[in-house]
Write a protein that binds this ligand. Structure first.
Ligand code: NI
Ligand code: MN
Length: 249
């Protein structure tokens, strides 16, 4: 009888340990800040992508609320993606990652910690691995400054793969991303400047992600979209996770 109790206790302990460790493996938190701005937390690091906050009518936070950041990734030179990167880096000491042209511009803005990335095999970081991938879009910085080419990023944080598409139209290049086995795809769906809902469905068929968080919609009148339609349009091909600005998954 006593033996059984010991086994039961051991079982509960081992079971709860497994539950904790499996949650640890998944332990990446993705928060939508509105538009294409995301905060990704994992491996003890805080990463911002396209932190457009101050002039973002959908922004869930203020720059004042940010006191810790380790990395900022910028997909391209448009104002709604560079956003508050300069201010956040100066405030937190976060390293800013961008293409070569954008990197040069960031230096002219007084950002000290700039690291250049380009399309290729990607780079290792203390939180994992990041690969810059193709986006079909422009990248001019305000004032007609050359911002290089637009991109997206594939993050691998503890085995969890997150694809931030940046701004992009539908492109066959997305088929290559199926090999990456993306867990969470952050896809622009608002149309006008990027894919619309219909194109996003095709993109999801190409990319084959497990989950999709739609972004880059409703911020301004030209990119209004009823994202709830995506759930039906995509069906069982992927799980559509519709977040409100400030919500996480
Ligand atoms: Ni853009
Ligand atoms: Mn944009």
């Amino acid at each position: 009888m006593k033996k059984n109790v010991v086994f039961a206790v051991l079982f509960v302990i081992i079971f709860s340990m497994t539950a904790i460790s499996s949650e640890g493996a998944v332990g990446v938190k993705v928060t939508w800040l509105g538009h294409a701005a995301f905060k990704i937390e994992g491996a003890g690091k805080i990463i911002y992508v396209d932190p457009y906050i101050t002039n973002n009518p959908m922004a869930a936070i203020k720059v004042d609320d940010i006191d810790k950041a380790d990395y900022i990734f910028i997909t391209h030179g448009h104002g709604d993606h560079i956003g508050d990167s300069v201010a956040i880096s100066k405030k937190t000491g976060a390293v800013v990652l961008a293409n070569g042209e954008l990197s040069e511009w960031l230096k002219t803005q007084g950002v000290e910690k700039v690291q250049t990335m380009y399309f290729g095999g990607g780079s290792n970081f203390d939180f994992g691995h990041v690969k810059m991938v193709y986006a079909l879009h422009g990248s001019t910085i305000s004032g007609s400054v050359n911002g290089g080419v637009a991109a997206g990023f594939v993050f691998n944080i503890g085995g969890v793969k997150i694809y931030h598409a940046g701004d992009t139209g539908l492109t066959k290049e997305m088929e290559l991303l199926a090999d990456e086995k993306i867990d969470i795809a952050l896809l622009p769906v608002g149309g006008h400047f990027t894919m619309d809902l219909k194109d996003a469905v095709r993109a999801i068929e190409f990319i084959k992600p497990v989950k999709v968080i739609p972004m880059h919609y409703d911020t301004f009148p030209p990119i209004k979209a009823d994202v709830r339609q995506l759930v039906e349009l995509v069906g069982k091909k992927a799980e559509i996770v519709i977040l409100n600005p400030g919500e996480s998954m």
